[in-house]
Write a protein that binds this ligand. Structure first.
Ligand code: G3P
Ligand code: CA
Length: 253
């Protein structure tokens, strides 16, 4: 599924199907593919030897059988950890995937929404910064029209835009939309404003739509939250279990 072929509104599989599977693992992404997710979200991090791995938290404590910073362990060390057993013993043996492994699994079947966590951005100009490596992965795998890179930081979106004019970008925000950040997004040709659902009202969605931005809302867990963002007119939602919401979205019902 390419970004241009997306059928709105979209239900975005947040860290795969994290309600039923260990988040950000291959089994969770496979479940999202099995559920025909149009878009799959993941979080990317850097290991101590500067390899791209897929994990949400800065530390290993919550989602693996180890502890401490992700960035202090080499890829080889990270690969030995169990990233599934914490969730359910059925998933013992699931590994922290590399970004390339997720790309190999998903390919062009679903849009990959790759969130770069702020902790890994550096002021350096070196060739192996996280944003340059993510972009290299996208280009090497011919995924420019099949991926979106997202960040909570406008300054990192600026760096990404400088690197590649055709990269799809998304701005993630915990705060309600305001004109100055909307203008910053427009100057960067950002595709979507990904809003925390608590901050969204009809007027914000209208403001963002008038600016030409898509609006995706994270992370929808309850029917009440779902109905609120649906009524505000969003173009998509991030859901931890797409099978609960996807059937209600095509078209909005
Ligand atoms: O990109 C939307 C959402 O994933 C941001 O929040 O904490 O789940 O990464 P978080
Ligand atoms: Ca995320």
């Amino acid at each position: 599924m390419s970004v241009t072929a997306l059928n709105y509104p979209v239900c975005i599989a947040h860290r795969g199907v994290k309600e039923l599977y260990p988040e950000n693992t291959l089994v969770s992404f496979q479940a999202a593919l099995n559920g025909n997710a149009q878009m799959i979200e993941l979080d990317v991090a850097l290991s101590a030897d500067r390899q791209l791995v897929v994990i949400h938290d800065e530390t290993l404590d919550r989602t693996t059988d180890s502890k401490g910073s992700v960035s202090k362990k080499s890829l080889e060390e990270l690969r030995k950890l169990d990233a599934g057993g914490w969730f359910d013993s059925r998933f013992k043996g699931e590994r922290i995937p590399t970004l390339q492994e997720v790309i190999d699994l998903v390919g062009k079947d679903s849009v990959l929404n790759i969130e770069i966590k702020k902790e890994y951005f550096e002021e350096s100009d070196s060739e192996d910064t996280i944003e340059k490596q993510v972009l290299r992965h996208i280009i090497k795998n011919n995924l420019l029209d099949y991926s979106i890179v997202s960040s909570f930081q406008i300054k990192y979106l600026q760096r990404l835009r400088k690197l590649e004019p055709n990269l799809n970008l998304a701005y993630v925000s915990l705060e309600a939309a305001d004109q100055s950040r909307i203008d910053a997004c427009l100057s960067l040709g950002v595709l979507s404003w990904n809003a925390w659902h608590e901050t969204l009202g009809k007027e914000h969605v209208e403001m963002l739509h008038n600016a030409g931005l898509k609006v995706f809302s994270f992370t929808i867990q309850t029917r009440e939250e779902f109905e609120k963002v649906r009524n505000s007119g969003v173009d998509g939602i991030f859901a931890d279990n797409l099978s609960r919401f996807q059937p209600l979205m095509s078209p909005w019902q």
